[in-house]
Design a protein around this ligand. Structure first.
Ligand code: CA
Length: 493
């Protein structure tokens, strides 16, 4: 390392010995100290478990994700906390179930926030961006927010230095909404708190997001940074968008085109991290906010695939909750490995907090756990979850513990992954490892497991509530005390 004699060669002879000693010491400290890792979370919208090659797709070509899997770790039991956008995103941001932070349901918007809503994530909830900001991180969100579209709820008020993206889903375009008579504005593309384009060109979103995200990374390469990158695609329309370079090129229509452009985007990012010399310092997570909506036909993949998992997005099925997840940091995450343990998006906040050196008491106690061992170690570390809950809005529908998932005998509020006219509500117990497709109900064979999981379900209800019952650990969602306004392009001047 730097010996005093080498350093002296570069110093003017007039420098005092004291200064020299000080300089050498600080250099030594700087090189010895580990720099805090950067964090990037790529959060696709409605991308299914079976939509990318590392998770078995033979339809979509995703060479960059293949490379990412080869260089990193695949998480095959990685879950979100809801089958739809808003509650799933609330969990990633806060490390908590959406029922705890009040983002699981409201009377006006239903399950996901709609434009011009008076509700949003409460400003006093601690977000992952705020935790990292306190640790000296530069923070940005490029992409879809969907945790409130009023100024009080925008990402710029929740710990992000910079926001470039759309405040809600790509299908929430200009219209008169019959339900409450509100008028939704043309889909706004925003920079910080200003609308910069409306309606925004959805075809160009993936490309534009990628370019802007890369510029931001390059600008912040010398300091620790957190980039939250919630991609718009494949998104909520039946015909996802892509740029001219990808349109019509895949073997699966607009859905495939969009997925292949997302793969391109990931490749650009990984290349750039290497070129900037910060790949080893950057933990990158690729995942999705919920499973694909999927079409009904067994071989119709025009709205994605959750294969080999059971069920569609927007439910409490495995296909809705388990998402294709990759973790990458060369030299830190063991290459070409697979994690079979349960981890969730709620774990990102406590894990990043720990890796950034944050004191856990600085954060509201999250429901997630530090899973850095599951990411970095080559050992038999087990999941920290004793129980994991599958809620549909206010209703607890299933719980998981170890390899077991128990569907509770409840009358569902809407479509249920297993209950219908033929199969009435009853205990359904599936072994998620031996029975990937959830086809064999083992409730009759394992009454002890049913009893144990039923007990876990009751703990969930007490804390986080259930249909018609409030939980003791539920906090209030954010709400403004004046009329919400549409996000409009400023004209004139
Ligand atoms: Ca979604």
């Amino acid at each position: 390392m730097s010996s005093p004699s080498r350093v002296r060669n570069f110093l003017p002879a007039t420098l005092s010995t004291t200064l020299l000693v000080g300089l050498v010491t600080s250099q030594a400290t700087a090189s010895a100290a580990h720099r805090k890792p950067n964090f990037i979370v790529v959060f696709c919208d409605n991308l299914g478990y079976g939509d990318i090659e590392p998770f078995g797709s033979t339809l979509h070509r995703t060479p960059n994700l293949n490379r990412m899997a080869k260089e990193g770790r695949k998480f095959i039991h990685f879950c979100v906390t809801a089958g739809v956008c808003t509650p799933s995103r609330a969990s990633l941001m806060t490390g908590c179930y959406s029922q705890r932070v009040g983002m699981h349901f409201n009377e006006r918007d239903g399950w996901v926030l709609r434009p011009v809503s008076r509700y949003g994530l409460a400003p006093d909830e601690t977000t992952i961006a705020e935790v990292l900001k306190q640790q000296g991180y530069a923070t940005a969100i490029v992409g879809k927010w969907h945790l409130g579209d009023q100024p009080e709820f925008l990402p710029t008020r929740q710990g992000f230095d910079w926001f470039f993206g759309v405040p809600y889903s790509d299908d929430m375009t200009e219209r008169f909404w019959k339900k409450d008579g509100s008028k939704w504005p043309p889909l706004p593309l925003m920079e910080n708190e200003d609308v910069i384009e409306a309606p925004c060109d959805r075809n160009g979103l993936t490309k534009r997001y990628t370019e802007r995200a890369m510029e931001w990374i390059a600008k912040h390469k010398d300091e620790p940074f957190f980039l939250y990158f919630p991609q718009a695609m494949p998104g909520s329309t039946s015909t996802p968008f892509s740029s001219p370079e990808f349109k019509g090129k895949s073997r699966n229509g607009p859905w495939g085109d969009a997925v292949e452009e997302l793969d391109w985007s990931m490749g650009v990012m990984l290349d750039q991290l290497r070129e900037l010399g910060i790949a080893e310092d950057t933990l990158v997570i690729w995942t999705s906010d919920n499973g694909a909506p999927i079409n009904r036909g067994p071989n119709d993949f025009r709205r994605g695939s959750n294969r080999p998992l059971h069920g569609r997005g927007y439910t409490t099925s495995e296909g809705a909750f388990r998402v294709p997840s990759l973790v990458w940091q060369p030299g830190k995450v063991p290459a070409g490995t697979v994690c079979h343990e349960l981890a969730t998006t709620m774990d990102l906040l406590p894990t990043f907090a720990k890796l950034a050196g944050a004191n856990q008491s600085e954060t509201q106690k999250p429901d997630g756990h530090d899973v850095s061992s599951l990411m970095f170690k080559n050992d038999s570390t087990k999941t920290p979850y004793e129980g994991f809950y599958y809620y549909h809005q206010e209703q607890l529908q299933a719980v998981r513990s170890g390899p077991w998932k128990l569907f509770l005998p409840v009358t569902p509020v809407r479509a249920h992954p297993h209950f219908n006219a033929q199969r009435k509500p009853q205990n359904l117990l599936f072994h998620l490892v031996n029975d990937v497709a959830c086809a064999n109900n083992l409730a009759g064979k394992h009454p002890d497991v049913v009893a144990r999981l039923s007990k876990i379900a009751e703990e969930a209800r007490k804390d986080l509530g259930d249909k018609g019952r409030r939980g003791s650990g539920q906090r209030k969602r954010g709400e403004i005390d004046h009329d919400p306004q549409p996000l409009l392009l400023k004209t004139g001047e």
